[in-house]
Design a protein around this ligand. Structure first.
Ligand code: ADP
Ligand code: MG
Ligand code: MG
Length: 212
């Protein structure tokens, strides 16, 4: 598969549309264990990112510029803790694309892993702390493992989505030790982490976008 600047611009539009649809559900999840703004933050961030990348000239903009532009707009639009986390993820994705006019399957799998790693590096959360890392880390690992078996990008992203969904579901049985919900202690038990839920939304957009 060859992923162009145009494909990546359209990916951001897809994610922004998905976040608009999921906004209320994500706010409700955050209302239970946080401050009820997660859907607003994600919708604001990705709509700002989609708007900014849509304005880039595809004849001159490369994939790195798409991700860097998205990172900057996301950070400017979002005051919540997800702002710097996703801005770092997007910058790391941009760094993987550096110097490449288009991306192949290996690049995309590496980019996906760098995106996930960026969230972990920025927020310092490990698996099991009831954050978005519980969806992103297993998704990236499954994506890479599937590529190592020689399978194509859609199959890698399908495996990533499955692992991300399982990871998000597993946050129900976790006590938060990072972020706002860490103040709740055991009261957070039984509730899915909103950041893990929105991570699944993003991962499903990646999968849908690169599955023809
Ligand atoms: P805020 O808590 O500032 O209102 P959001 O509601 O946008 O921010 O995001 C909350 C989500 O951010 C949580 O559900 C969790 O998944 C994620 N999160 C918080 N802190 C961290 C961290 N240190 N590392 C990774 N993810 C985190
Ligand atoms: Mg919140
Ligand atoms: Mg908030």
């Amino acid at each position: 598969m060859t992923v162009s600047t145009e494909d990546l611009k359209a990916l951001f539009v897809r994610i922004a549309e998905a976040m608009a649809r999921e906004k209320d559900r994500l706010c409700e999840l955050d209302g239970v264990i946080g401050d009820a703004d997660h859907g607003i933050a994600m919708e604001l961030g990705f709509s700002a990112a989609a708007k900014a990348v849509s304005e880039l000239d595809s004849t001159t903009a490369d994939p790195t510029l798409v991700f860097n532009t998205a990172a900057k707009s996301f950070l400017n639009a979002v005051g919540a803790s997800s702002g710097p986390l996703y801005a770092t993820a997007l910058m790391r994705a941009g760094a993987v694309a550096k110097g490449k006019p288009s991306l192949n399957d290996d690049d995309m799998v590496e980019l996906f892993a760098a995106f996930a790693r960026g969230i972990q590096d920025r927020g310092k959360a490990e698996i099991g702390e009831k954050t978005m890392v519980d969806a992103w880390a297993p998704a990236a690992a499954a994506c890479r493992a599937t590529r190592d078996q020689g399978l194509s990008l859609p199959e890698c992203l399908a495996a990533g989505l499955k692992a991300g969904e399982a990871g998000a579901e597993a946050t129900k049985n976790m006590i938060a030790t990072k972020g706002r919900s860490s103040r709740l202690g055991e009261r957070a038990l039984g509730h899915i982490d909103p950041g893990a839920a929105s991570a699944v939304v993003i991962i499903s957009c990646f999968k849908a976008h690169f599955t023809s």
